[in-house]
Write a new protein. Structure first.
Lengths: 243, 243
């Protein structure tokens, strides 16, 4: 499977170099549609989950840390646990469940309906039309949603802290002491890798369908499971590399 | 490898021969039966000829389109398009080469998530490097030629069979190829509609005749009037060839 994936990535990259002038406009249109579906339509869900997660984590942390007089460690929990690890993970999982499934199902349907063959018969590289815009769309969307997740989590964390009697200035000081520029670019880099993983694994398994419609749900399952495994492995790799 | 001035080198060991017939099947096994060496298909389609290959189900005519586009590789013999053994072309050269051949697969091969207009525009947008306004002008011309103006915004599932077929043939003629391959193009059409479509698709933009290979179960007398040769295929062999 790894060899197949590597070839898949190479073909997608090669396709980018072969885009025609008018093809670029069409791809841009598909890309915007993809971003609208993957990012814009997921904003509510991502914001809601970010708010709930940060509220729960900070409420519980203040209660427990307060017993030991270690409330100043709240910033570490907020930045390390929520912003650095849980935020990217949860955002990627939301995108996999909403858009990854759609990408895999769409690609598998394209294959079963003979549309991939029709594209090839017209002399059009299916990677240009199908894979490339979804790959770019997923990267932009996941990175953007991660930034949104972090922003909402920070605000929601303050709400949780305020209900426990903490002033805004203190909360800000505690969080800013731990938050660094590295966290911002790490979020963006994770967004690129996680987004690429969503599009890559889901497209790969979707296009691998051969026999018929009964394979479509199996392809979706394979794509989603492979993406989740890849995202967790990448998270571990980022911990090691960033350290 | 050296090539004559009138030839074009398309890939390693593959050269287009100037003046070669648009399509040649030489000792091709249409049935996938290597144990029957006497069942081999031979056919030469000259420039400007409209050839109908007629046969029942499992006669082997289903494979003719795929073989002509290099979507299938012949298990025996060879298929030459403009003198090029198409199955020997490397993938990206094959994609580029297919733009010289118009193709309407069985059914219609339209992309279901695109409007009829976008389907017609696909090859011009992705397989040429024209400017956007040149692309739009060409698409508008095709839409008028194939009388699609009133229904261009419909998706294939919303259009009737005749309109879908019109769109598929407009797409096949989009790049003004010298050879068009049509698989069962008249199923479900009235003989008047079939005649109209064949007349349109068999003419190049400059008014000259283009070579057409169409497969069919049978031909109505009116359509037969436009066909220059009728080849009856039985068990993978051309048994009757009428001019």
């Amino acid at each position: 499977m790894l060899g197949g994936l590597a070839r898949f990535v190479l073909r997608a990259v090669r396709a980018a170099a072969r885009l025609t002038r008018a093809g670029r406009w069409v791809m841009l249109r598909v890309l915007i549609n993809q971003i609208r579906f993957t990012a814009l339509q997921a904003i509510g869900l991502v914001a809601f989950l970010a708010a709930i997660l940060a509220f729960l984590v900070i409420s519980q942390s203040i209660r427990q840390l307060g017993r030991f007089g270690a409330v100043d460690n709240l910033g570490t929990i907020m930045v390390v646990a929520v912003i650095r690890e849980l935020g990217p993970l949860l955002t990627a999982l939301i995108v996999v469940s909403r858009s990854g499934t759609a990408i895999a199902a769409e690609m598998a349907t394209n294959r079963v309906m003979g549309e991939v063959t029709a594209l090839e018969a017209m002399g059009i590289d299916p990677y240009i039309y199908l894979v490339l815009p979804r790959m770019l769309g997923a990267i932009v969307s996941v990175a953007t949603l991660m930034v949104l997740f972090d922003a909402v989590a920070l605000v929601s964390g303050y709400v949780a802290a305020a209900t426990s009697g903490m002033a805004l200035s203190r909360y800000t000081a505690i969080v800013l002491k731990t938050l660094s520029a590295k966290d911002v670019w790490l979020t963006l880099v994770k967004g690129v890798f996680f987004g690429a993983s969503v599009a890559l694994f889901c497209s790969y398994h979707g296009l691998a369908v051969k026999a018929g419609p009964t394979e479509i749900p199996q392809a979706v399952t394979r794509g989603v499971v492979a993406t989740i495994v890849a995202i967790f492995i990448l998270s571990a790799v980022f911990v090691v590399v960033a350290a | 490898m050296t090539a004559s001035p009138a030839s074009i080198v398309l890939g390693p060991g593959v050269t287009e021969i100037a003046g070669a017939p648009p399509l040649v099947y030489r000792n091709v096994d249409l049935l996938g039966r290597p144990d029957l060496p006497d069942r081999r298909f031979n056919l030469v389609i000259e420039a400007g000829a409209v050839v109908a290959a007629i046969g029942e189900e499992d006669s082997g005519i289903e494979a003719l389109g795929g073989l002509a586009l290099g979507l299938l590789a012949p298990t025996s013999g060879s298929v030459e398009v403009f003198g090029v053994p198409i199955a020997q072309l490397p993938y990206y050269e094959l994609l580029a080469f297919r733009r010289r051949v118009g193709y309407a697969p069985q059914g219609d091969g339209l992309l279901q998530n695109l409007t009829l207009k976008d389907n017609v525009a696909l090859p011009v947008r992705f397989a040429t490097d024209h400017r956007l306004r040149e692309v739009e002008a060409r698409v508008a011309q095709l839409i008028d030629d194939f009388r699609l103006r009133a229904i261009v915004t419909l998706r294939p599932a919303q259009a009737n069979e005749e309109d879908r077929r019109r769109a598929a043939l407009a797409r096949a003629a989009a790049l003004d190829p010298k050879l068009v391959v049509l698989e069962l193009p008249f199923v479900g059409l009235t003989s008047r509609a079939a005649l109209d479509l064949l007349e349109k698709v068999s003419r190049c933009d400059d008014g000259s005749r283009r070579a057409v290979l169409l497969t069919s179960r049978d031909l109505t007398p009116s359509v037969r009037g436009l066909v220059t040769r009728v080849v009856r295929v039985v068990d993978g062999v051309a048994v009757e060839d009428k001019k």
